[in-house]
Write a protein that binds this ligand. Structure first.
Ligand code: ATP
Ligand code: MG
Length: 287
């Protein structure tokens, strides 16, 4: 079975999608792993960074995105077919990366999420479709080495579907005051959910992202995060720090054909850090 990891933070813009995409690329290309990216965010950022927008739209209109899975739950039907919805060998690197697959999201998840929320009991999780994703993917997961789930900045029913198949989660944070304050609520809520569904969901660690090493604040908050880990208040903080870099932001463009990860992320700088982050991820996730 694959390792299944959710990238999660209730705070927006901290690098969840960027790190999901980077890990997916490096695992598939440098480690020859079979990787499935599941995009649970209605913003569809991971989706449109891996496949062209017109491909995604055509799929969305024909029931081949996660919208169909959750619509089925509301309508009490079974139209969603994971085999058809998974897009194989995605990305702009080398015209598509063998072994890098995507389960695409949909903007329409917003409206369906509201309807699903009304029927969900968020205390005991006895009501509401918590296991829809798990059931639809059961047959396909064993094919992969790693599943990475890009979560929206919320812990609604769609995110919980991702956690319900996860054995670990990773918390990307920008080392500033509000991001760090946001960590304990995530730890609490994931632990509560894991207890309720009787699943061990391990906090794999905190990844510091968008680091500006010239600022006092970022250095100070990084020091405090590591201290909190040593004193066991927080999970492990990854050694590798992902810097703020225009090259990383530019890598989101799927429409530029390129051949290597060095070209995508910028040789020497961010490429090295993301490659190191992936090696570190592997040591922790397969522990
Ligand atoms: N290391 C980085 N250097 C520079 N820009 C970055 C970096 N990481 C992310 N960004 C940019 O910051 C913005 C937010 O990043 P991203 O979309 O990955 O965050 P997110 O946590 O997924 O956000 P959301 O909560 O909205 O889903 C994006 O425009 C992205 O390109
Ligand atoms: Mg995102």
């Amino acid at each position: 079975m694959p390792t299944v990891t959710s990238l999660i933070n209730l705070k927006g813009g901290v690098g969840k999608t960027t790190l999901t995409l980077a890990l997916a690329h490096f695992l598939a290309i440098e480690h020859h792993r079979k990787v499935l990216v599941i995009d649970l965010d209605p913003q569809t950022n991971a989706t449109v960074c891996l496949i062209p927008e017109d491909t995604w739209k055509a799929r969305d209109e024909t029931g081949r995105t996660l919208y169909q899975l959750f619509l089925d739950q509301v309508k009490g039907v079974r139209r969603f077919d994971a085999d058809e919805a998974i897009v194989r060998n995605v990305s702009n690197v080398g015209g598509g990366v063998p072994g890098l697959d995507l389960l695409p999201s949909s903007l329409q998840l917003i409206k369906i999420q509201d309807r699903l929320t009304q029927v969900t009991d968020f205390d005991s999780y006895q009501r509401g479709p918590i296991f829809a994703l798990r059931e639809s993917l059961a047959e396909f997961l064993p094919y992969y080495d790693h599943v990475l789930i890009d979560c929206p900045p919320s812990l609604g029913i769609v995110t919980l579907n991702g956690l319900a198949i996860s054995d670990s989660y990773l918390i990307p944070v920008v080392p500033d005051i509000l991001s760090v304050l946001g960590i304990p609520p995530i730890l609490d809520r994931v632990a509560h959910f894991a207890g309720a569904i009787r699943r061990n969901i391990r906090a794999l660690g905190i990844v510091i992202s968008k680091m500006r090493s010239t600022t006092i604040l970022h250095n100070e908050m990084t020091r405090r995060l590591r201290e909190d880990f040593i004193e066991r208040r927080f999970p492990l903080v990854f050694d590798t720090i992902v810097p703020e870099s225009t090259r990383i932001a530019e890598a989101a463009n799927v429409m530029v054909p390129i051949n290597t990860l060095q070209q995508k992320y910028g040789a020497g700088g961010p490429y090295e850090e993301l490659s190191a982050l992936t090696r570190e991820f592997l040591t922790h996730v397969t522990r």
